[in-house]
Structures are given as structure tokens and as C-alpha cells.
Design a protein. Structure first.
Length: 218
């Protein structure tokens, strides 16, 4: 099979990346295991592999490693910068980018191009989105106040604190809906990949899914 040697080579590259960049790999895995918002990280790679395997036609492996190697070099430099600045988000993004670049280095440029969407899906492994929590809390708080006011309730909002005649309530971080938003985006990404061919339709569907998830959480 033309796939046996490249698959083994890629597994070797992944293992080498995990060993060499083990602090980053460990931090990501620890976050997946300890946070309900990021536990999906364990299933991202299997889903991406499944998405690639669902393609009716995949390019055969070829000896065209330059684009992939370029991505790997840039990712390595980005990881060094993130490590020096102690910014875990940069380190983890660079780590995933390195794995993506390795696909192009091992399987070739055509595979890298054909599998762009499933490979981009791998970025869901990065525990991102915490900076969005205050904004999501604000949206949820305003939606709650608007709905209560629409039903005639006497309600006031101060930051994320809602005051009503029945008591004072706070829109906590857990109510921001980050895990709901990420889950919706993941499901929408898989659906878009299977049902749409153009990037414009796929990205539009993801934007719609994000909007619906935010509204539904509110």
C-alpha cells in the first residue's frame, strides 16, 4: 500500500513532537482532562482523521514536502516565541500547527491542500476562548434583562448582576456558554465539511452556528 510508509512516518513525527515539546503537549492534555469546556480535545484528532477518510478521492502521497516543511519551521519559531514569553496559547497553537505542517511534509503538498478543512479542525484541540467569557457573560445578561423586561418584570442590570424584586442574580462564568459555543462550532464544522464544498458556505454556516449558540445560551 502506498499509504503504509507515510502513515508510519507521520506517527513517528507526531511522537517526536510530543516528546520534544512535551511541556506543551502535557499542558494541553491536562486542560482537556480538568476542564469541562475543553474535554472535547480528546476527540478532535479522531474526528479529523474520520473527516479525511470520508473523502471519496484523496491524493496519493507524493514527494513534495516544501510547503509542509515551511509550516513546520514557522510553527517551531512561533513555539519558541510563545515559550520565551510564557504564553501557553501561542505554544499550543504552534504545536498544533507543527502537526499540520508535518502532514504536508510527509504526505505532500496536494494532501495538505485537499485536507485543509479537516486539518484546520485540529485547532479545536487548543484550549481557546477564555478571553471571550466576559463578553459572552455580557451578552447573556443583556438577553436575560431584555426578556424579563419584555414580560413586564421590574429588572435592572449592573455589569453581570441582575436585580429583580425577587432577588439579586449574577451571570456567572459558567453561564457564559463557552462550552456550548465550542460544541456547536465543532458539530457545525463537521456538518459543513460533509454537506458543503465551498469555503464561503462552510464559513457562513459556522458563523450562523456561533450566532445561534450564543442566542440559545442566552
Amino acid at each position: 500500500s502506498p499509504w503504509a510508509a507515510p502513515v508510519l512516518a507521520y506517527v513517528g513525527v507526531v511522537l517526536a513532537a510530543i516528546i520534544l515539546l512535551h511541556p506543551t503537549a502535557f499542558d494541553m492534555t491536562k486542560t482537556w482532562a480538568t476542564s469541562s469546556s475543553y474535554i472535547h480535545g480528546f476527540i478532535v484528532a479522531p474526528i479529523a482523521i474520520w473527516m479525511i477518510m470520508t473523502r471519496k478521492e484523496s491524493p496519493l502521497p507524493e514527494n513534495a514536502p516544501l510547503p509542509g516543511l515551511a509550516i513546520m519551521i514557522i510553527a517551531a519559531l512561533l513555539w519558541l516565541a510563545g515559550r520565551a514569553a510564557s504564553v501557553s496559547l501561542i505554544e499550543q497553537t504552534a504545536f498544533v500547527s507543527l502537526l499540520i505542517g508535518a502532514v504536508g511534509a510527509v504526505f505532500g503538498a496536494r494532501a495538505l491542500s485537499a485536507w485543509t478543512f479537516p486539518l484546520a479542525f485540529l485547532f479545536f484541540m487548543v484550549p481557546f476562548g477564555e478571553t471571550l467569557i466576559p463578553y459572552l457573560q455580557t451578552v447573556a445578561a443583556h438577553m436575560v434583562v431584555s426578556l424579563l423586561a419584555a414580560f413586564g418584570a421590574d429588572v435592572a442590570l449592573d455589569g453581570h448582576v441582575i436585580t429583580t424584586p425577587g432577588g439579586v442574580f449574577a451571570v456567572a462564568e459558567a453561564c457564559a456558554g463557552l462550552n456550548f459555543l465550542i460544541a456547536a462550532l465543532m458539530v457545525a464544522a463537521v456538518f459543513a465539511y460533509l454537506n458543503f464544498r465551498s469555503w464561503a458556505k462552510r464559513l457562513s454556516f459556522l458563523a450562523l452556528a456561533a450566532f445561534v449558540a450564543i442566542i440559545a445560551n442566552g
